[in-house]
Design a protein around this ligand. Structure first.
Ligand SMILES: [Fe+2]
Ligand SMILES: [Fe+2]
Length: 191
């Protein structure tokens, strides 16, 4: 696999390069924030110029990113980050994690509402419901930004500090396996 130094790694690519799984999670947050900007750019572009070739390409890339990278990130956190912190038995931390899990459900629900809009634009339909798309995108963007800010302030530093070498080993292996499945969904695993 080759990689241009001018472009950031995708989340899936990063799993192969990053020595630490938290590097992958941190970079995924940055990619999500960049894609939220792209979503805003797409809506403004379509509002001004309609669904042209560049809008179709951007809609496709946003759709692809969240499906293959942005949303699987939630599973990484629920399987590998939150359990590290729940071991402490701290009730405040348990409430914070419950709140973040609820965010994941809400983010994924908003995403499912956004998908038909992006899919139609990717296929070249001129978009008739721009007001609805704008409202959904605003709610999706606000929640994602707030969620990432809370994770980076309340969760990630403590999880990194409390992670055992066994946690790290399992996290690295399972995250790589999950990405391998996303990149090669039809491939049989060797026994
Ligand atoms: Fe999260
Ligand atoms: Fe996150």
């Amino acid at each position: 696999m080759t990689h241009s130094p001018d472009r950031p790694l995708s989340h899936a690519q990063a799993a192969f390069y990053a020595p630490m799984p938290f590097d992958v999670l941190d970079s995924c947050h940055q990619e999500i924030l960049a894609m939220l900007e792209d979503l805003h750019t797409l809506i403004e572009h379509v509002s001004a110029q309609g669904v042209d070739a560049s809008a179709r390409t951007l809609a496709r890339s946003i759709h692809l990113f969240f499906t293959t990278t942005g949303l699987p990130h939630h599973l990484d956190e629920e399987q590998h980050v939150f359990p590290i912190l729940l071991k402490s038995g701290d009730p405040d931390m348990a409430r914070t994690i419950e709140h973040l899990r609820h965010d994941h459900v809400e983010i994924e629900s908003l995403w499912l509402s956004l998908v038909p809009h992006l899919d139609m634009m990717a296929r070249g339909y001129n978009h008739p419901h721009l007001g609805e798309l704008r409202s959904l995108a605003h709610r999706f963007t606000s929640l994602c930004r707030q969620h990432i800010e809370e994770e980076e302030r309340l969760i990630y530093p403590r999880a990194k500090a409390n992670q055992s070498s066994q946690d790290l080993h399992v996290m690295r292996r399972e995250m790589a396996e999950r990405r391998d499945g996303l990149l090669n969904p039809g491939e049989e695993k060797a026994p």
